[in-house]
Design a protein around this ligand. Sequence first.
Ligand code: FES
Length: 237
Amino acid sequence: MEWITITVDEKKRQVPANLSILEACRESHIQIPTLCHDPELTDSGACRLCMVEVEGARGLVASCSTKVQKGMVIRTNTPEVREARRTILELMIANHDIDCLTCEKMGNCELAQYAYEYGVKKDVFQGQKREDEIDDSNPFILRDLNKCILCGKCVRACSEIQVNNVLGYVNRGFESRVGPAFNLPYGKSECVFCGTCLAVCPVGALTEKKMIAGGRPWELKKVRTTCPFCGTGCGFD
Ligand code: FES
């Protein structure tokens, strides 16, 4: 394996040449926020939260989808980087239901966690919000698109892990949604309710109905198991 030297936050580091900036930083214990990255999935660069400064680059770059290069000089936490991340979070929240107190994802929501970390306290971009009906059409998963941040993790998990290819993007611009073709309800699609999409959703857009019957995320214990429904044994927990 080829190793190269890069500079991150003013310190020289030796990293494997095939890593993304995000992976290289994480290997060096430097934390960069992400909402669409998952080590089990290919990167799509959808959320832009992982932006960093790279000397010589025009503008900030998405660290999850940019490979390291020999001699690269990276800054992960400058005032400009933090300001850009805060604006991204504000834009996400501008079109997101803020019923955090009663949201099933409370205490386990990555968007809420980053909003706290970056000091996003109010809805600064006020305007039109989605008003989609909650999809209650299948017995296991509740889908609330008013909380979806279009990170696409569920789409990639459905195709890359479950190889079911049920989920995709529909429409464009403000009307963009993630879901089965033609935005059919889950219950009317080819979804096998494996729960893989549920496991990767960083916000409260996909929640397990069982939890709604009682139980906050911090009261539940994760166990590795094979789901009795599809029996595929994807091993995803
Ligand atoms: Fe890099 Fe979302 S984590 S763009």
